[in-house]
Design a protein around this ligand. Structure first.
Ligand SMILES: Cc1cc2nc3c(=O)[nH]c(=O)nc-3n(C[C@H](O)[C@H](O)[C@H](O)COP(=O)(O)OP(=O)(O)OC[C@H]3O[C@@H](n4cnc5c(N)ncnc54)[C@H](O)[C@@H]3O)c2cc1C
Length: 407
């Protein structure tokens, strides 16, 4: 007999427990929202792949990626955030209650924060799949450096991650070959990392090359055959491990055709980290952005956590103050003289009607979210609410006669 899935309800469900998701959790947990972070792999995300993070403020001596992320998690737990180690399989994000499906549990949430980051891109060279992860192809120097003590390794790529992690590997390996697709001396990394690497006697650069084929036994890789792009010749490199650092792919497959994305699959957000769906936010490396780092993931996560809290508060206010009864809502900008005059008129109508006409007043300066939700952009306006719906929005005439016609 099929086992019934458990159903759990949360204010905020965060998909992904990297720097962005953990920070969003710290913000929403601290705002006393019932929050869960669902993480399919290691809490801390991609930052745990790196041995040394030197550019995250507040740690002048640097920190290991894992150490830093453990602190993030500790802080999130302090604010009551729950953690679940599983893979989110699918989502239904429409409507006020979002559904997040995992293997055993269905999560129902008022808001969802997508913080699913990215994963390493692979070369797609022949036989690559055969040796991925524990059979000789790695994407994590921190994880696999020690096992390569005294050995020879190959790094593929010349960006910041490739060169910085390659330099780190020289502390363990006897030789670190680096396959670079560019001409001699050209690299994609920052100048400091480049200068350091070029001077490192344990690093040997193989210019103008890309991976062609991976060779080895059934159990383990032993050779990476590169192609020399200048003449097409094969360059075999005998290694114990090949480290690939050639970029990332966003983890957005489960959001395809649900969230608006770029062609490359990065989620589009505005400055509040809002996606195209109400109540759904995205933050960190999964979004289209200029700089993908821990510091920027943290900033995005803070905004997303705060925005989720505002969204929940405004939804509650919208339902309890705007839609809960038949009445009129005066939406105004307290700093505009016309709105101030009309406010006098509104209050006079309220008094004269002896309780028949009542107004709820929304000052857009204080409650922009509420006016946005009502779809009102002209101030002043009067919204007519009947049977839990806005049935009309008046922008010109709100005399007693006009309003009474709606009673
Ligand atoms: C080798 C390397 C070195 C780096 N060095 C630095 C550095 O020195 N300084 C710096 O600031 N940044 C560095 N970075 C970048 C930094 O790690 C990232 O910018 C940061 O980790 C992004 O955080 P994130 O939370 O957005 O995404 P991620 O860290 O990618 O976290 C996303 C998480 O979501 C999870 N996930 C994805 N899909 C699902 C799903 N369906 N269900 C459940 N969970 C899911 C993933 O398992 C992952 O843990 C480095 C990155 C790498 C790879």
């Amino acid at each position: 007999m099929a086992r019934e899935k458990k159903v759990e309800e949360y204010d905020v469900v965060i998909i992904g427990g990297g720097a962005a998701g953990l920070t969003a959790g710290i913000y929403s947990g601290r705002a006393r929202l019932k929050t869960i972070i669902i993480e399919k792999s290691l809490v801390g995300g991609l930052a745990t792949y790196t041995n040394e993070i030197e550019n995250y403020p507040g740690f002048p001596e640097g920190s290991t990626g894992l150490g830093l992320m453990e602190l993030f998690q500790k802080q999130a737990k302090k604010f009551g955030v729950k953690f679940k180690g599983t893979d989110v399989k699918s989502v239904d994000l429409n409507g006020p209650v979002k559904t997040i499906e995992t293997f055993r549990t269905t999560y129902k949430a008022k808001t969802v924060i997508v913080a699913s980051g990215g994963r390493p891109r692979i070369t797609r060279a022949e036989n690559e799949e055969k040796y991925l992860f524990d059979k000789g192809i790695s994407f994590c120097a921190t994880c696999d450096a020690a096992a390569n003590t005294g050995k020879e390794v190959l790094v593929i790529g010349s960006g910041d991650a490739a060169i910085e992690e390659g330099t780190f590997l020289t502390r363990f390996a006897d030789k670190v070959y680096v396959s670079v697709m560019h001409d001699h001396g050209k690299m994609d990394c920052n100048e400091i990392a480049k200068a350091e690497a070029l001077e490192n006697p344990k690093m040997e650069f193989i210019w103008n090359t890309v991976a062609k084929r991976f060779e080895g036994t059934e159990e383990h890789l032993h050779t990476v055959v590169l192609t020399d792009l200048r003449n097409g010749s094969e360059v075999p490199v005998k290694v114990d491990t090949c480290f690939e650092f050639i970029g990332y792919i966003p983890n957005t497959e489960i959001f395809k055709e649900i969230l608006d994305m770029t062609e490359r699959g990065y989620v589009l957000v505005n400055e509040k980290m809002e996606t195209n769906i109400e109540g759904v936010f995205a933050c960190g490396d999964v979004t289209e952005k200029f700089l993908k780092q821990v510091a920027t993931a943290v900033g995005d996560g803070a905004v997303a956590g705060y925005a989720a809290e505002r969204y929940i508060a405004e939804t509650a206010q919208y339902n309890s103050q705007i839609l809960a009864k038949d009445h009129f809502v005066y939406v105004y900008d307290a700093s505009c003289p016309n709105c101030q005059n009309k406010l006098q008129q509104i209050e006079a109508i309220e008094n004269e009607s002896a309780g028949k006409i009542s107004f709820c007043k929304v000052d857009v300066y204080k409650s922009k979210g509420l006016s946005d939700r009502m779809g009102i952009t002209t101030f002043p306006s009067v919204a007519v609410v009947k049977n839990g719906e806005i049935i009309s929005v008046l922008t010109d005439e709100f005399t007693q006669d006009v309003l009474e016609a709606y009673l």
